[in-house]
Design a protein around this ligand. Structure first.
Ligand SMILES: Cc1ncc(C[n+]2csc(CCOP(=O)(O)OP(=O)(O)O)c2C)c(N)n1
Ligand code: SF4
Ligand SMILES: [Mg+2]
Length: 302
């Protein structure tokens, strides 16, 4: 999708649906400094969603969509679960894969895009729940990392199977009792960030989505590193407020509680040496660009 491709012929503009007109007028495609602050003003960043009211996954989705560095040339791969309910509302290319197969589908897609559009940037981003990523899809997740496939895997970790009513997931914390897992989890939460690091991921972050600017930075880094170097993994705590008995206003506090230093979602980051070099280069270029813009502005004002 590109801004040129969504343009409407001027003669037909009036009769197009208001939603489409709005998308053409205000989409952030191609806007260099697009970010979470564009939320609320841009159509493709989800105006509405079909998740439970106050579900943190809806915030996470918005922050991620606003942070994609190249949305018009990005394909997202989803999987069955609550995450998949949002994709129909999203104006970014996406594919719904069979539950658990998302990293296999993304591998083929990324390779096909590289062959079909050599020299053109085409980002692929997987977005799936913890059940899809670590339980049923673990084989596909790990094999994509072992093969050093160049795409980002994002896991919306709500520590259970939310969409099917609350079954146990490998990501569930020890002792937790869910509606459909009455015996309680018998073992500790699977440490997928550590496994990702040991399986060849070049950039790994574990955090919550309580801070939009942090999520923006992490997603951008993850996409840049995947584009140039190899697989990246981001695990985001998006609590299922329904299953943990919180109301729609309590999701944010739940995330803040879970990111305390001794808690499960204390900020954790791993960056390979190669990725460190790349991110330092990108940061230096951005600094130069900002300094040049400042100089230009000062020149205009003088
Ligand atoms: C192959 C296959 N197995 C099982 C299911 C049933 N199923 C649908 S959603 C889901 C759980 C999703 O859990 P998770 O990936 O954690 O996403 P969440 O709903 O928690 O966001 C399951 C088991 C399915 N749709 N397809
Ligand atoms: S069931 Fe849980 S994860 Fe799914 S939409 Fe509702 S609050 Fe969000
Ligand atoms: Mg889940």
């Amino acid at each position: 999708m590109s801004k040129e491709r969504i343009q409407i012929s001027p003669d037909l503009f009036d009769i197009m649906p208001a939603e489409y007109q709005d998308l053409v007028r205000r989409a952030t495609y191609g806007k260099e400094d697009r970010g979470w602050k564009d939320i609320g003003m841009a159509k493709e960043l989800i105006e509405e969603h079909s998740l439970c009211a106050g579900c943190p996954e809806s915030m996470a989705f918005r922050y991620i969509l606003a942070s994609l560095p190249n949305p018009e040339d990005t394909v997202m791969v989803g999987s069955t679960g609550c995450t998949s309910l949002v994709f129909p509302h999203v104006a970014v290319h996406n594919i719904h894969s069979l539950f658990g197969n998302q990293n296999a589908v993304a591998s083929g897609l990324k390779r096909a895009l590289s062959l079909r559009f050599p020299g053109k940037i085409k980002d692929v981003v997987v977005l799936a729940g913890d059940g899809a990523t670590v339980d049923i899809g673990l084989d596909m997740t790990l094999q994509a990392w072992f093969r050093q496939e160049k795409f980002t895997t994002i896991c919306f970790d709500n520590e259970l199977y939310a969409n099917t009513g609350g079954q146990e997931s490998g990501m569930m914390r020890k002792g937790f009792v869910a509606k459909m897992a009455p015996a309680g989890k018998m073992f500790e939460k699977v440490r997928l960030p550590e496994i990702a690091r040991e399986s060849g991921c070049h950039y790994v972050v574990n955090c919550t989505v309580s801070k939009p600017n942090l999520v923006e930075k992490v997603i951008k880094n993850a996409v840049y590193v995947a584009r140039e170097i190899g697989p990246t993994y981001v695990q985001l705590y998006t609590p299922c407020i329904l299953e943990i008995g919180k109301n729609s206003m309590e999701g944010l506090q739940e995330m803040r509680d879970a990111e305390r230093p001794t808690e499960r979602f204390a900020y954790k980051e791993y960056i390979s040496d190669q990725a460190k070099e790349l991110l330092a280069e990108i940061a230096a270029k951005e600094k130069e660009k900002k300094a040049a813009a400042k100089k230009q502005l000062a020149g205009k004002e003088a």
